[in-house]
Design a protein around this ligand. Structure first.
Ligand code: KG4
Ligand code: ZN
Length: 348
């Protein structure tokens, strides 16, 4: 993708779809020149979940300094970048709007083109990113099968070329990360639930409880509500009987059930669609047991971003924006946020 003879294309990415305010500069769609993320996790931990109104207000405070830092760390002025990529959705409306207005203000002041990107495709494009020129391999080959697992989404996607997405399946109820967060709450573990369950599970036996796996007649869809209910039933049944609760075993068995279905379906889809690469992205792809299971079972190149690129960031928005910029996409100042924007085949 990098053409050594031409001047590099630099994209400033801005991301504020959920509880991270982020800005980054990415060169040629892959090389991270800066990546600044202000997480609100500590702020929301006291509520045990994300409070949209609180998130918006925090984005307002953070967005300007974060963009300034991203440019400073890249040793660039705004005039040195070629376009501004902004996450248009999906996400929390009140949060998306803050990043969008920042991006529009910068575009208006500088005359730079605006490129709206989908948050989910951002997660996919995190697989192309690398922190320095030295570490960049050729990047994933098409066709590829991608699993996006985050707090809001669980989708299995076939990508035949850049910006072409075919949704094979998705969750019918809770997202994988949401299931981690809800089960963590049941087990009195801290927020966010994913890392807390992973930690508790380290001391537990994944075979202690035989929790259900929703194979859904071998479709590509997912369902985690039955699993969540099964954990709840076990917890209720043991309350007052088992003291203390076998939290580590419950966490390990729950985690194993989630990973079993996610990774089995991803591997099966990769084989069925003749994929040349497998990509796993989104917050839940930070899970150590999931990464280990995928590494053990993949028989084609597997791309899982490093931990710091699994959770929300703006480098991924810039990487996706790079592809859209190359494809000729330019958005106007009338662009609006799309809180429920599905990852569709059409790049708009
Ligand atoms: O992608 P992300 O940062 O935000 C969304 O777009 O949703 O994902 C956040 C989700 C949360 O549900 C969190 O519990 C989960 O990712 N998560 C994990 C781990 N780290 C974060 N889930 C399982 N294991 C982890 N280590
Ligand atoms: Zn995300």
């Amino acid at each position: 993708m990098t053409d050594q003879t031409s001047t590099p294309i630099r994209i400033l990415g801005i991301e504020s779809s959920c509880d991270e305010t982020a800005a980054a500069v990415v060169e040629d769609g892959r090389r991270i020149l800066s990546n600044v993320v202000a997480s609100q996790v500590d702020l929301h931990a006291q509520f045990g979940g994300i409070f949209p109104e609180v998130a918006s207000r925090q984005h307002i405070r953070a967005v300007y300094p974060i963009v300034e830092q991203a440019l400073q760390q890249a040793h660039l002025a705004l005039g040195d970048v070629d376009a501004i990529a902004i996450t248009r959705g999906p996400g929390l409306p009140g949060s998306l709007v803050i990043g969008m207005n920042m991006a529009k203000g910068l575009a208006l002041g500088s005359g730079l083109p605006l490129v709206g990107v989908n948050h989910l495709e951002g997660h996919l494009y995190s697989a192309w990113l690398h922190p320095s020129e030295a570490e960049g391999g050729p990047g994933p080959e098409f066709p590829l099968v991608a699993l996006i697992v985050s707090g809001g989404h669980t989708e299995l996607v076939l990508m035949t070329e850049h910006l072409r997405y075919q949704r094979l399946g998705a969750t019918l109820d809770d997202a994988a990360g949401e299931a981690f967060d809800k089960v963590a709450r049941l087990l009195n573990l801290s927020y966010p639930g994913g890392p807390a369950i992973q930690k508790a599970a380290q001391e537990g036996n994944p075979l202690a409880f035989n929790f259900p796996r929703a194979w859904l007649d071998n479709s590509w869809d997912f369902s985690f509500s039955g699993l969540k209910t099964a954990v709840l039933r076990e917890v209720r049944a043991m309350e007052g009987v088992a003291n203390p609760l076998p939290v580590a075993d419950l966490a390990a068995s729950f985690q194993a059930a989630v990973i079993d279905v996610l990774i089995s379906k991803t591997m099966r889809a990769a084989a069925e669609y003749g994929a040349r690469a497998i990509l796993i992205a989104g917050g839940v792809s930070a899970n150590a047991a999931l990464r280990q299971s995928a590494q053990m079972r993949a028989n084609i190149p597997l791309y899982i971003p490093p931990l710091w690129l699994c959770t929300d960031n703006a480098a991924m928005a810039a990487a996706a924006g790079h592809q859209r910029f190359l494809a000729g996409q330019r958005d106007g100042l009338d662009m609006d946020v799309l809180p429920n924007w599905p990852l569709t085949e059409v790049p708009r």
